[in-house]
Design a binder for this molecule. Sequence first.
Ligand SMILES: [Zn+2]
Length: 98
Amino acid sequence: MTRKKPITIKFGKLGKHKADGLAYVEKRKIVIDMRLSGVELLETILHEIAHVQQPDLSEEAVLEYSKETAEILWKIGYHLTDSRVLPRNKQNENRIER
Ligand SMILES: [Zn+2]
């Protein structure tokens, strides 16, 4: 598998899109609603990453993957402890590249 460019994550308010997250497959970019927290935040991040990585997967398959994986990770202790990744203010509106 060739290495693709890193997926970038942005946080913003997505109320008008009626979505918790958005995935831009070609740009390899995801946008996550900054008001999410806890396991919902984790699930949404996994969900949008899955859409970018596997654009042919059905919404149902992505939902099942992200929900189950988030619950497992949450249960074994993967919680966000460094809130600096979330843009509580403009200064922290960084792109995270993994
Ligand atoms: Zn989806």
